[in-house]
Design a protein around this ligand. Structure first.
Ligand SMILES: C[S@@+](CC[C@H](N)C(=O)[O-])C[C@H]1O[C@@H](n2cnc3c(N)ncnc32)[C@H](O)[C@@H]1O
Length: 217
């Protein structure tokens, strides 16, 4: 495919749909079930754990919402916002609202504010502040312009980010790998950046936050 054809295809995909992986006319619902892998990397990140405690989270592409429910339970997250495709977002929202009803209420735990945003309304997130940005195995299946516009405008207002993604392989449309984009963006926003491989399918854990040393404001 020539560069021009690639660019046209990308433009067409960005304008028409929000996911690059379509099966039977709708976005695929292939969830990874790697929540324990994500959690194992978080266990080594005290700074992100402390930001999660009673904090606010934006999760892009939460799938079933299993990881979201784990984080809420463990850290008593104050506000949890999910961004997903209109046709898939109920997969996570239904579990999150169920968790409020069945678990948190019965244990007398404070309710977490849950918010769902459809992918086509992603620009409504610009300017909003979050403690932690989470996105697990999502961006490889999104159009390049969408993910770059979203991340460029949202990460600057997130105190930390913990994204799991395949950064060495081409994305679903066959465009370039996302590694250099992520490296540039993370190092622009954060002074502490750690990219570590996970045991899952060439996936990396991409961590970023601002490490304020004693004596610094
Ligand atoms: C491979 S699944 C991963 C789900 C979950 N994070 C996990 O690790 O199991 C990709 C997720 O991204 C969502 N998704 C696809 N395109 C998206 C877009 N443009 N914006 C937000 N979410 C999107 C899908 O609906 C799905 O929830």
């Amino acid at each position: 495919m020539s560069e021009k054809e690639k660019s046209n295809k990308e433009e067409e995909i960005t304008l028409r749909i929000w996911s690059a992986i379509i099966e039977d006319g709708r976005a695929m619902r292939a969830y990874t079930k790697q929540d324990n892998v994500y959690m194992s990397h978080l266990n080594n990140q005290p700074k992100i754990r402390s930001l999660l405690e009673n904090g606010s989270v934006l999760e892009v592409g939460p799938g079933t919402g299993k990881y979201a429910t784990m984080l809420i339970e463990k850290f008593n997250v104050r506000k949890y916002t999910v961004l997903d495709l209109k046709e898939n977002i109920e997969d996570s929202l239904s579990n999150l609202f169920d968790q409020q009803k069945k678990i948190r209420k019965s244990k007398g735990k404070p309710e977490t504010e849950i918010e769902g945003i459809y992918a086509e309304n992603y620009s409504s997130l610009f300017g909003q502040e979050f403690d932690v940005l989470i996105a697990n195995n999502v961006f490889t299946e999104t159009p390049k312009k969408y993910r770059e516009n979203l991340l460029n405008n949202v990460m600057i207002n997130c105190k930390s980010s913990m994204i799991h993604d395949q950064i060495e392989e081409n994305d679903a449309i066959g465009l370039e790998p996302m590694g250099s984009f992520y490296k540039e963006l993370y190092s622009k926003v954060y002074n502490k950046v750690i990219f570590e491989p996970t045991g899952y399918s060439n996936c990396y854990c991409l961590i970023g936050y601002n490490d304020v040393k004693e004596g610094q404001i």
